[in-house]
Design a protein around this ligand. Structure first.
Ligand code: MG
Length: 385
């Protein structure tokens, strides 16, 4: 099965660099459909439903979670992929997998775990996403992980230090050679930014932490908000937000399609390897739109991610993650048996850093509510253990 009409520079599963463990081709699906389906059926994907994007899972039912975020990323990326005749299925697979390695409590959790892991090789959620699909999922008899195609794994690994790149083998090579990933990977990365900047506007307003009036100082918001007000003077606040945000997403998507089309027309890459060798990314926004998008990002950093209410939750989250890590690191027997046994074996093999890696796998895999519960069970004598 093929993935439909593709441009010469799109990823083509018939010319894939393959899987780490060779498998017979799927009968009714393309190789990239199989990748996407394995991601959807994974444990890590289901856990994303209970992991924070900005707001902790129990703060409200309407906020984005990691799973709804990933679906929005896939939606945006697929629209652009189809317009550019890229491989829509691979784009979707990468989008759905890109956050699989995220810790509980979003970036607060990742930063805390990274600090805990400082002496043991650090922790980075993007690398952990790759580790999840390569090693941690336990589903198949013959191999660890999901055994995804090279192209999908290449897309999941967005960034990486040179030291890590050397350890990672095939997917690390491009960081050592300073090469680009395929266009589907470039696109999923860009769609991630478009998705979160826009849905964080929506979530931030819903939470009452930022207002549309305040956001009007951001040029990207200003022009679309003005248009909505001109067209619909008496619109309710809720609809005004949505009519503005949908126009912003649309403008960004249209800009990416137009500017990527121009770049591809100028570069004329003959195939995916020519894309990889090109000196810069061929999927991207125009300079003017990129500047506007950055202004929105800066606004959100200043007014939403550093809002006092978000910071209070951030501090609690850091404390929970740090104390969990320390407790398990001190006594690995506090972890469930399978993690304890894995940590014991890893310590025999790699010393303290092996032990720490297993502890961080356990903590990183937790959902927000599981981490809160596990913390209470460990530290609150009134809780059942
Ligand atoms: Mg993301």
């Amino acid at each position: 099965m093929s993935d439909g009409q593709l441009a010469a520079y799109a990823a083509d599963d018939q010319r894939s660099r393959g899987r780490r463990h060779p498998e017979p081709p799927p009968q009714y699906r393309s190789e990239f459909q199989r990748d996407r389906d394995r991601i959807i059926h994974s444990n890590a994907f289901r856990r994303l439903a209970y992991k924070t994007q900005v707001f902790v899972n129990h703060e409200g039912d309407l906020y984005r979670t990691r799973v709804t975020h990933s679906i929005e990323v896939a939606q945006i990326a697929r629209t652009i992929a189809r317009a550019l005749a890229l491989n829509e299925t691979l784009t979707e697979a990468i989008s759905l997998a890109h956050d699989l390695g995220h810790t509980p409590f979003g970036h607060a959790g990742q930063d805390a775990l990274n600090e805990c892991m400082r002496e043991y090789g650090g922790f980075e959620h993007n690398l952990q996403s790759l580790r999840t699909v390569d090693e941690l999922e336990e589903r198949y008899a013959r191999f660890n992980g999901l055994n995804l195609t090279f192209e999908c794994r290449e897309g999941i690994l967005k960034h990486c230090s040179l030291a890590k790149a050397r350890e990672l083998g095939d997917v690390g090579e491009r960081f050592l050679q300073r090469r680009q990933p395929g266009l589907e990977a470039q696109l999923a990365n860009l769609a991630d930014e478009i998705a979160y900047n826009n849905h964080d506007v929506d979530d931030g307003i819903r939470a009452g932490l930022i207002s549309l009036e305040q956001l009007a100082q951001v040029p990207l918001v200003h022009s679309h908000l003005q248009e909505v007000q001109r067209l619909y003077a008496d619109l309710s606040a809720r609809r005004r937000v949505h009519e503005t945000v949908r126009r912003m997403i649309n403008a960004l998507v249209a800009d990416v399609i137009q500017s990527s089309t121009e770049r591809l027309r100028a570069a004329q890459p003959a195939d995916i390897d020519a894309v990889r060798r090109h000196e810069r990314a061929l999927v991207g926004m125009s300079e003017a739109m990129h500047a506007q998008h950055l202004q929105l990002k800066r606004f959100l950093h200043e007014h939403l991610y550093r809002h006092q209410r978000v910071l209070r939750m951030t501090i609690k989250a850091r404390r929970v993650v740090t104390e969990l890590f320390q407790a398990f690191m001190e006594d690995i027997k506090l972890m469930p048996e399978e993690y304890y046994e894995a940590a014991w074996r890893a310590e025999e093999r790699d010393g303290a850093s092996g032990r720490a890696r297993c502890v961080s796998d356990y903590v990183a895999g937790m959902t927000d509510r599981y981490a809160i519960l596990e913390h209470a069970r460990l530290f609150d004598p009134a809780e059942r253990t």
